[in-house]
Design a protein around this ligand. Structure first.
Ligand SMILES: [Zn+2]
Length: 423
């Protein structure tokens, strides 16, 4: 699925097939920005792909604030193939297109293998379409993580046709059958092989069907667009898309240099939590390099049940012990009847092997180990009873209630937590 940029393929593809219209198994459908050539047989699916693509393009232009977009000239030819041999027989797959597993983009032409679900076929048309768009608008899409991450970001969509919404995080697996990114991310989490930001930025081309690499590339672009303070860096970086070497990464990391410890810390949390129903409005983590150091005064704070990780507002030094005590009741509207939970959680229901509604604290170091390829697992403890925890290095402390990220919106109430220096 890589973007080929070297070859301007004027006249590469011949449409002068000897087959007559009556014999031709291929359907051609013209939209505003897309010409679809396909052997799909569902009229409805064909029309939906074209209409979805046309509306998605308008949203890509808006996302990149692309003032130079010319609707009169942008045009993509998409070959959506069930039986690849038909397309080969008609000379519709030029020799420059290598073997690929899902889709391929070459300038303004894209090739997609039809998938077992309409969603995933359409997703790949948009994904490859983003490559074509980025090439047209910016002369390329930067290095691999940016190229694939932005294609995933703007290919992932909810609804379709004229109500399509790109750049949306799916709320359920049923919404995006066969997309499979969250499943792969969870496997990689289980294997403790979640990459660092630096590892993702160093991905090389040749991502044939590597769902893991696509997923983390998407997650990094998600991070940069999910926090308003990074968004400008993301948007500006696209302008440098023709640079596909290390210079591109230097532009991005240079622009975020002062923020890098925060980017890395937020990355660790995002990689832990990104899943169906993830909602940036609840999951932005308020931490800063300027957070003052805790002086040991007793702290009292509320932890909301309907929000993601919540910082205590100060950093804590290493070499101390902290005593945690919590009380209160929250409501989790998980089922038809509300569940009332105390800090220990509800042992009738579990999320990630911990009781639902349990109060959790994450001890998140301010500094990451240098040159690590993958992330250390997060240090998370349950505050299910009074706890004394030892802090071994400068860290942020973050609380949340144990629940699926997609199930926070109907939670209510908060826990009260007290922190004192322990011994
Ligand atoms: Zn791609």
């Amino acid at each position: 699925m890589k973007l080929a940029i070297l070859i301007l393929c004027v006249g590469l593809c011949s449409f002068t097939s000897s087959a007559t219209a009556a014999e031709d198994p291929l359907v051609r459908r013209e939209g505003k920005y897309l010409e679809l050539i396909t052997d799909l047989d569902s009229e409805q699916e064909i029309n939906t792909i074209v209409s979805t693509f046309d509306h998605a393009v308008e949203q890509w232009v808006a996302f990149w604030n692309d003032q130079n977009f010319d609707p009169a000239t942008f045009r993509v030819q998409a070959y959506v193939m069930r039986n690849e041999a038909t397309f080969r027989a008609q000379g519709l797959i030029p020799i420059q297109v290598p073997d690929f597993n899902f889709g391929y983009a070459l300038n303004q032409q894209i090739w997609i293998k039809a998938q077992p679900s309409e969603y995933y076929t359409r997703h790949l048309v948009l994904h490859e379409g983003v490559h074509a768009y980025m090439f047209d608008a910016f002369g390329g899409a930067g290095t691999t993580w940016f190229q694939e991450g932005t294609a995933e970001l703007l290919g992932l969509h909810s609804s379709s046709g004229n109500s399509v919404l790109v750049n949306s995080i799916p709320t359920s697996r049923e919404q995006v059958p066969f997309w499979g990114r969250f499943k792969r991310m969870e496997q990689i989490r289980q294997e403790n092989k979640v990459p660092t930001v630096e590892t993702v930025m160093g991905y090389r081309p040749n991502l044939l069907g590597d769902v893991g690499s696509y997923s983390w590339s998407w997650a990094l672009v998600q991070l940069l667009q999910g926090y308003p303070e990074y968004r400008e860096t993301l948007i500006d970086a696209a302008q440098q898309g023709a640079d596909q070497g290390t210079g591109f990464n230097r532009i991005v990391s240079g622009a975020l240099k002062d923020q890098w410890p925060i980017v890395s810390a937020r990355w660790r949390l995002l990689c832990e939590d990104l899943d169906y129903g993830f909602d940036w409005e609840r999951e932005r983590v308020a931490i800063s390099v300027k957070d003052p150091l805790w002086q040991g005064q007793p702290l009292e704070l509320s932890v909301r049940a309907d929000q993601g990780w919540q910082s205590i507002g100060v950093r804590v030094p290493g070499g101390i012990k902290i005593r945690f005590a919590a009380e209160g009741k929250i409501t989790l509207a998980e089922t038809t009847r509300p569940w009332i939970s105390e800090p220990a959680g509800i042992t009738l229901q579990y999320h990630r092997n911990r009781p639902l509604g349990q109060l959790l604290v994450c001890i998140l170091p301010n500094a990451m180990p240098d040159n690590a390829e993958s992330l250390e697992p997060l240090e998370i403890h349950a505050i299910d009873e009074e706890k004394l925890l030892e802090i071994d290095q400068y860290s942020w402390l973050l609380f949340r209630v144990n629940d699926a990220v997609g199930s926070l919106s109907d939670n209510q109430g908060d826990f009260q937590v007290n922190l004192t220096v322990g011994s």
